[in-house]
Design a protein around this ligand. Sequence first.
Ligand code: ADP
Ligand code: MG
Length: 572
Amino acid sequence: MPTETFEFQVEARQLLQMMIHSIYSNKDVFLRELVSNSSDALDKLRLEALRDDTLGADVSDLHIAIEADSQARTLTVRDNGIGMSRDEVVQLIGTIANSGTAKFLRELKEAEDSAATEGLIGQFGVGFYSSFMVADEVTLLTRRAGESQGTRWTSTGEGTYTVEAVDEAPQGTSIVLRLKPEDSEDQLHDYTSPWKIKEIVKRYSDFITWPIRMAPARPAAQDGTGADAAAESPAEPETLNSMKALWARSRDEVTDAEYHELYKHISHDWTDPLETIRLQAEGTFEYQALLFIPAHAPQDLFMQGYKRGVQLYVKRVFIMDDCEALMPQYLRFVKGVVDAQDLSLNVSREILQQDRQIQLMHRRLAKKVLSTIKDMMSAHPERYATLWREFGRVLKEGLLGDFENRDAILGVSSFATTHDKDAPTTLAQYVERMKDGQEHIFYLTGESRQAVENSPHMEAFQAKGIEVLLLTDPVDEVWVDAVPEFDGKQLRSVAKGEVDLDTEQEKEQAGTEREQQQQEYAGLLSWMTDQLSENVKEVRLSSRLTVSPACIVSDANDVTPALENIYRAMGQ
Ligand code: ADP
Ligand code: MG
């Protein structure tokens, strides 16, 4: 097949332009990205070879090799992993599959200054494309395990790339970077320096469980003496990383920075996690877990098809990504690794869903995450505030399904409140502030903060100085009906049924007054009830308003207007 030229997809082109013009200040991370991809490719090959013994791939010495050529100014990263077919190269390298990318690029355009830009870039992993931060041409040669023909992909990152078939290609992938000339003068960015390469690998990729080898530096040829020098030193390649699985090492042996790099590898996030959680389960069913709470929500967290769950390993062997059986839906933002001792390497998703041990792990992990959040509330309130801002909406989904952990979830939840416009409150704090004689926790749901704050239902509560929770997430409509109480106090909507705010004394006074009014207005009320009979059940006098002349109230058991909208949107 002849060489074919393709155009990058629009988003890919935009990202590449950003890489070429180096708007990201730390260029070293390109090597982390390439090593991370190679490591994934080796994981995939080992697994495929395990499941398919007709694959015919050599898995005896799986590794990553880095070679620098300071004369030609090229850097090569090679692996003998799964490789890619021609179609996969075009699919995976020419387009950006991540559905959040378009949104990200829009936000990037609107970013006001360079700090904002850098912040956004930092949240977004650009993976393979980061090669173009340091290279003005990238050549990728790859052959998929089990296939005979290889593929060469080449691009300068400027709009197009070429693809051609290659008869002879080693299995796996090698990526050759032609380094930008402007970096050659600059020691900080000399990516052909063995010292520099070693330092980057140590910093970002030490935990990678495959050997990352560096070929010995080729001595520069000096007037014919170079050949001799090369013959004298047939040095062995050096393994740069310690290859120790972080979750299997004792806690005080591992630095936060190392944990963070593992997080970036498995999450494809470029920012540090908010929290690292370790769990060591011993006994009949032994496993280790290393979990992370990200510092920001991914763009597609609420999209269909969002891949949740942690990575599953069995005795250090990678088994699968996105193992949803280990993490409840409402903790879908949690990333990490679970390594179990006593599972079969052939375990499938279907088996996992039914396995009792897995269900126990699931429960234990969920509890551990919730208790970590609980601790965070007192130990690191600012971190907790970030967590709640980013993931509160997701966590509240757990109030609907996870009965066992409902109190724990309520305990770590925060809500906007009339008590303090700017600071959300926990239910415990609300209960502490409840007025003498106040029996219930009051809330109002609605579409926006403004809508609930200005609702006529709020008037009586404002007048009496009674705190009301302002619930404006769509999920709030649903969980408030599922959760009967907190700390023995019922949750009550201020928009439903009779609300009784008066003290006994006030009631006595009001009672006689009300009776008089009731008689006075009886005619009007029954006339109005008649006139409006198609739309309302009853018209009655109310003490809940102080300013507005009238408001619509639901029966305690009716669905709220906002919930009606949700049900309608769901087609019910
Ligand atoms: P990500 O790793 O987040 O998926 P990348 O841009 O880093 O994004 O890589 C895109 C895809 O290209 C990978 O998901 C993988 O399928 C493929 N790929 C990249 N490098 C390799 C490699 N060395 N071997 C096999 N496949 C690779
Ligand atoms: Mg990658």
